[in-house]
Design a protein around this ligand. Structure first.
Ligand code: NDP
Length: 275
């Protein structure tokens, strides 16, 4: 069976570069979608307390019969659980829902700078990490100033920063900051929630390679070196999105897709997510 390549995090842990995202998958559809993903070869699932489907993600992993160590599981701390004690309790609740004794990666979902609690939250993450209940810890939606402050005031450098990245929002300045700090970029909404698939450049490259537009965009992410986890509830798409390891984009294709950047942020700016 085809396998995703892995990337080494700053603590030596290997993360499968292509995973499966479950944001906006209804709990009643989650067991089937994650089951299909595991069946076609995905070994990395990206969920969150906020998504309301951790229980079903855990169920699908259990039902797959795969060994726990063969599946990389990420979850995220909800925005209402910032603070040291609150974060420890929220982590316990996530593990309970997942039916697991550890996650592979635990993230602060949003920094919520207006509440000014992410440093305390991170100290709880450091404890969870030291106790071995999260094999790696990281952040999501952190801007450079949030990363610099966290690194200055605490001990563990985040392994990843999961941020919005897709061809019309390439985030190259932030990705350069990550490289300097030894932080891996994880690209959320990698297909631009499917909007970026309708672009003429992507369509032209897809035609020239005899691939789908989604396969071309996923290949662009992989060749840039980011971790990526497209979401789909459609079995054919789940399968096709994982079938991206038998071709390569040329440097010209890559440059043409890079040139699609138009600062098209689709989600909220992190500084505006304070509730
Ligand atoms: P994506 O860019 O993955 O796009 C998902 C959309 O694209 C769905 O409408 C899906 O439709 C469609 N789609 C998927 N594959 C194809 C295909 N091959 N052809 C055509 N359309 C396709 O957006 P998401 O926002 O879901 O992001 C992916 C993941 O990123 C999330 O699931 C989550 O894990 C993470 N994320 C993290 C955030 C954070 O704040 N940390 C915020 C947002 C996302 P359908 O399902 O109907 O097939």
């Amino acid at each position: 069976m085809t396998q995703s390549p892995t990337i080494s995090l700053n603590n030596g842990v290997e993360i499968p570069q292509l995973g499966f995202g479950v944001f906006q998958i209804d709990p009643e559809d989650t067991v089937a979608a994650v089951g299909k993903a595991l069946d076609v070869g995905y070994r990395h699932i990206d969920t969150a307390a906020m998504y309301g489907n951790e229980k079903e993600v855990g169920q699908a992993i259990h039902d797959s019969g795969l060994a726990r160590d063969d599946v990389f599981v990420t979850s995220k701390l909800n925005n209402d659980a910032h603070g040291y004690d609150e974060a420890l309790a929220a982590f316990d609740a996530s593990l309970e829902r997942l039916g697991l004794d550890h996650v592979d990666l635990y993230l602060i979902h949003w920094p919520q700078p207006g509440n000014d609690r992410y440093v305390d939250t991170w100290r709880a993450f450091e404890k969870i990490y030291a106790d071995g209940r999260a094999k790696s810890i990281g952040v999501s939606n952190f801007e450079p100033n949030h990363l610099h402050r966290l690194i200055a005031e605490t001990d563990v450098v985040p392994a990843v920063n999961q941020v919005e990245v897709h061809p019309t929002f390439t985030q190259d300045e932030l990705r350069a900051v990550h490289s300097d700090l030894g932080i891996v970029t994880e690209a959320w909404s990698p297909l631009g929630q499917a909007d970026d698939l309708d672009n003429d450049t992507v369509k032209r490259v897809a035609r020239s390679r005899d691939k789908t537009t989604a396969q071309v965009v996923l290949r662009w992410h992989l060749q840039r070196g980011d971790v990526v986890f497209p979401k789909s509830v459609t079995p054919e798409r789940i399968e096709a999105n994982f079938d991206v390891f038998d071709f390569e984009l040329s440097s010209t294709d890559m440059a043409d897709i890079d040139a699609m950047d138009e600062g098209n942020r689709m989600g909220p700016h992190p500084d505006q997510m304070n509730t």
